[in-house]
Design a protein around this ligand. Sequence first.
Ligand SMILES: Cc1cc2nc3c(=O)[nH]c(=O)nc-3n(C[C@H](O)[C@H](O)[C@H](O)COP(=O)(O)O)c2cc1C
Length: 295
Amino acid sequence: MAKKIVVFYYTQTGQTLQIAQSVCRPLAEAGHTVIYKEIIPGRPLPYPCSGKSFFQVFPESREAIPCEIKPIDLSDAAGADLVIIAYQVWFLSPSTPFHAFFQNTAIQQYLHGKNCLTLTGCRNMWVMAQTKVRAYLRDAAGKWTGHIVLQDRHPNLVSVITIVRWLLYGKKERSGLLPAAGISAADLSHAAVFGQIIAGTLHSGQWNCLQEQLEKAGAVRCKPSILFMEKAGHRIFGLWAKFILRKSKRPAAHREFLLRLFKYYLFVVLYFIAPIGLIFFYLAYPFLRRQNNSK
Ligand SMILES: Cc1cc2nc3c(=O)[nH]c(=O)nc-3n(C[C@H](O)[C@H](O)[C@H](O)COP(=O)(O)O)c2cc1C
């Protein structure tokens, strides 16, 4: 029997929509109805965007402050068998359009009791954002059934350069020594495999086996070294975001100045402090792993 899948997404460059479409292609081919619902911010982050606009969204993303979004028409979304939430990570947290989405009362009521699958397209740090999204789903009593994450597989420092080049200057393609930015074409097309697995679950109704099957097919990858940096970054970003928001109550110039300061801080951390931290991490990792295994 044909099922109904509703996909909520927001995208700045089009990448998140491409991922969702790749995952959903086998579902549509199997005869299911796939409805796409775009989340449209009142003031969208342009693509490409200026460095200033890029950093403007930092405190609100980290502190879960929603941006303004246009009302979402749910009239054709009723009775969905599966809701796919295709979001991106901004500064190790869900993007502000998704804070707005999850904090919207009509959406919370809509998600209540529904099977929900989360889908992320990001650079390489997604765990803390997903923790927040899972908390939103718990609050709305949505039934989380699985997670798929697609990420840039190049080394961390390389993907920092290519993502800046992409989002700030619109250059996604490879050039010189730099690879193309974002999720590779191969990973994008492989995402259809996840759609086939979801189609099987829609048929069998065995939602509690879905995540295990997705993971076996490579839907969730997480490098311990990246997670180590992400957890530390998330904590420190929280302090920065609170500080900037507190000081922003005074003239806007304070906010601009502090965001610029944060930008320099991030640069120093990414290129100088994180590599040193990683050396310590790799030295300590065998002991940490042994400790975890013996627990
Ligand atoms: C302001 C901003 C901050 C971002 N921060 C992160 C991050 O902390 N971790 C990460 O893996 N990707 C990060 N990204 C990359 C996005 O998660 C996403 O992959 C990229 O923006 C493309 O998504 P799109 O579909 O919205 O265009 C960031 C992107 C933007 C614009």
